[in-house]
Design a protein around this ligand. Structure first.
Ligand code: NAD
Length: 285
């Protein structure tokens, strides 16, 4: 009999959770607002920003986009962040990455007030997460992955979980969040030797390397759960298509559940960003 894995459909989970955001917004005395700093003209960033704006507005958050040209100075951006920190109508601020080379990502992300840091990238919020305190603002992709698993009733407690990637945006925060939820986490990265040894031992694999076809069928155990965070634009004929890290056709023959790319982790990242915006607004009001 053909093996059919559960598809961890992020759009379905997003639609379910979005209803809760609408209910929470109705209880607020002021409409929450997210400000997105869009610096330069990266086309993929533009698509992501439009997606965030569409979802935010669909649940009742207003989304303001502050655009700067790619040659803007660090001081000018800092001044604008400062201004948003002080504005009472702004609940949350994000700086869309990547940034042009002359701008310092560390300085700019640390300039956002921790209470408005809805990307969870300020050292204060990351520090809380490192301590296992989950009442700060948690990076959206990490939170989104946990919620997606929970929507499909997959518990992480006590599971062996391999996280591939150690970036501050995905790999590190998701590992810390999983630890806080009692998973046994093994982290792998570009210098890891013999990745298969780690993935073959994992009940759940979370891959955020951005390397298409990194995870092959012979690298996972029968019945493993695969969360593919990777979204790499690859050329197929004349078109650009998004590719995950897992070779879907091979991996899905052994996995008990797997995320599609696109439509898996991405929608839950967007959801979790607005969950953070509303959490920030609830605390501020
Ligand atoms: P990054 O480039 O900052 O980090 C990639 C990580 O993968 C690094 O820590 C690196 O050590 C590791 N890595 C690279 N090659 C490897 C290999 N061969 N074996 C093991 N580890 C390897 O990227 P990022 O910002 O963390 O994003 C990772 C991927 O996730 C990208 O494709 C990105 O587009 C995607 N992403 C998706 C979402 C979403 O919501 N779906 C959100 C954020 C990022």
């Amino acid at each position: 009999m053909e093996h059919i894995p559960i598809i961890l459909d992020g759009k379905k989970a997003q639609a379910h959770y979005a209803e809760m955001l609408r209910t929470r917004i109705q209880k607020l005395t002021q409409k929450p607002k997210l400000v997105i700093f869009f610096i330069g003209n990266d086309e993929r960033s533009r698509v992501y920003i439009e997606r965030k704006k569409a979802f935010g507005e669909s649940v009742g958050v207003s989304v303001e986009i502050v655009e700067f040209s790619s040659d803007v100075s660090q001081d000018e951006v800092l001044l604008s962040i400062q201004n948003c920190n002080e504005r009472n109508d702004v609940s949350g601020i994000i700086i869309q990455l990547p940034l042009p080379a002359q701008l310092n990502e560390k300085i700019l992300t640390a300039a956002v007030l921790p209470e408005k840091d809805v990307d969870g990238l300020h050292p204060y919020n990351l520090g809380k997460l490192a301590k296992g305190e989950l009442d700060g603002l948690i990076p959206a992709t990490a939170q989104g992955i946990l919620l997606l698993l929970s929507f499909f009733e997959i518990s992480v407690s006590g599971k062996n979980i391999a996280v591939i990637g150690r970036s501050i945006l995905v790999g590190r925060p998701v590992s810390l969040l999983l630890l806080a939820h009692n998973a046994t986490v093994t982290m792998a990265h570009s210098k890891t030797k013999n990745l298969s040894e780690i993935t073959l031992n994992a009940d759940i694999i979370i891959s955020a390397a951005g390397v298409p076809n990194l995870i092959r069928g012979n690298m996972i155990k029968q019945g493993a759960i695969v969360v593919d965070v990777g979204t790499t634009a690859v050329k197929m004929g004349d078109e650009l298509k998004l590719s995950g890290d897992a070779l879907f056709d091979e991996v899905s023959k052994k996995a008990s559940a797997i995320t599609p790319v696109p439509g898996g982790v991405g929608p839950m990242t967007v959801y979790s960003l607005f969950d953070n915006v509303i959490r920030a607004a609830e605390k501020q009001l």
